[in-house]
Design a protein around this ligand. Structure first.
Ligand code: KG4
Ligand code: ZN
Length: 352
């Protein structure tokens, strides 16, 4: 393990500058000791992409280029940290949009080189998971339910920084399904929050299927549910009726939440996890938070749900994950490349 000491030999706190540009948020943060967020600056491109109904990769890269320098300067200034105080520069290496990742990776390499600091290529999903560490100490083994726009996974952590994916989506990610359903119901991108709100206002729920897959499987499938929603909408329109969007939103949300909660709790039992971590953008979903909290309470499972700002893409979570990796394995070679298909399991720490 790497322990930092000052010139008198006393241990000094570790400061990491983290950068995240994997999708449509440009973010930089300074994180102390892997959990204390000194700054977390996030510039969202949502307004730009809304006009296109989703993230346009080329536009995302250009927007990252425009603001990255300012965001990094702002993160250091807000934290009151100067480059010489930093121990490392972390950056999301993947997965994500390749052009978007490249902007962060190039910026981080340039800064690491100029300041003579180690570089830490960091896994985006490890970041989402370690967002939990920003609010609470983690106890191992623990289990993470990752639900974001691009990922839906159940990840078992047997020890710090060791990831094993035990379930994943076979088609659409949860956030992606939310966004597609929202679009069919007439809402702008990103539609998840609209569907969530409508589901809570609905008096009744449309009847929609639950997709469990094989009895022992922790995988998910959402494309069938999404098609069932689209069928309901189209059937109403063909009959000249207005679809009951509120009932459809509630039916969709209930189906998604029931399956996610059930599989997550089953996985907690099977892996003897001491904590369940809910993470990713969809962790902001009220229906999911409430159902998971109620179920964990009745089952005696400790649940960690970070505040919304640490659930959607942000650099503080990257700083938290990078700290774990760096303490164990040290830095990443400067010739590392942005990797859109980066494997979480391969990124696991090698050992202390
Ligand atoms: O984690 P995230 O910020 O980006 C990715 O790494 O993908 O997640 C964004 C996703 C979007 O699909 C958005 O619609 C969804 O999270 N989302 C929600 C809610 N808030 C954000 N989905 C359902 N209910 C919400 N309240
Ligand atoms: Zn994400």
């Amino acid at each position: 393990m790497i322990g930092m000491k000052d010139e008198t030999g006393t241990p000094k706190p570790v400061y990491i500058l983290a950068i995240e540009t994997s999708c449509d948020e440009t973010s930089a943060a300074v994180v102390k000791e892997g959990y204390e967020v000194l700054s977390n600056i996030i510039s969202s491109q949502i307004e730009t992409h809304r006009a296109f109904g989703g993230v346009v990769p080329e536009v995302a890269s250009r927007k990252h280029v425009e603001v990255i320098t300012l965001i990094v300067e702002e993160a250091l200034a807000r934290a009151g940290v100067t480059p010489d105080m930093l121990d490392a520069v972390a950056v999301t290496q993947g997965p994500g949009l390749v052009g978007a990742l490249l902007v962060g990776v190039v910026a981080a390499k340039a800064l690491a080189l100029a300041w003579n600091k180690p570089l830490i290529g960091t896994h985006h999903i490890a970041g989402h998971i370690y967002a939990g560490r920003l609010v609470q100490e983690l106890k191992y083994p623990c289990l993470a339910l990752v639900a974001s726009g691009g990922h839906t996974e159940l990840v078992s952590l047997e020890a710090e920084g060791r990831f094993r994916i035990i379930g994943r989506t076979r088609d659409d990610a949860v956030g992606e399904a939310y966004d597609k359903v929202a679009r069919a119901l007439g809402f702008p991108y990103p539609g998840g929050p609209h569907v969530d709100k409508l589901a809570h206002e609905a008096a009744e729920a449309a009847v929609l299927p639950r997709v469990w897959l094989e009895p022992d499987s922790y995988d998910f499938s959402l494309s069938g549910l999404k098609s069932a929603v689209l069928n309901l909408v189209n059937q109403s329109r063909m009959k000249g009726l207005k679809p009951d969007v509120a009932a459809i939103a509630r039916g969709f949300q209930e189906s998604v939440v029931e399956v996610l909660v059930e599989k997550a709790v089953r996985a907690v039992r099977a892996t003897e996890a001491r904590q369940l971590l809910l993470c990713g953008g969809v962790a902001a979903n009220r229906g999911l938070r409430e159902a998971l909290a109620a179920r964990c309470e009745s089952e005696g499972i400790e649940l960690i749900i970070p505040p919304a700002v640490y659930c959607t893409d942000n650099a503080a979570m990257i700083g938290a994950a990078a700290y774990v990796k760096w303490r164990s394995d040290g830095g990443t070679p400067l010739d590392m490349v942005a990797d859109p298909g980066f494997s979480l399991e391969d990124w696991s720490v090698k050992g202390y």
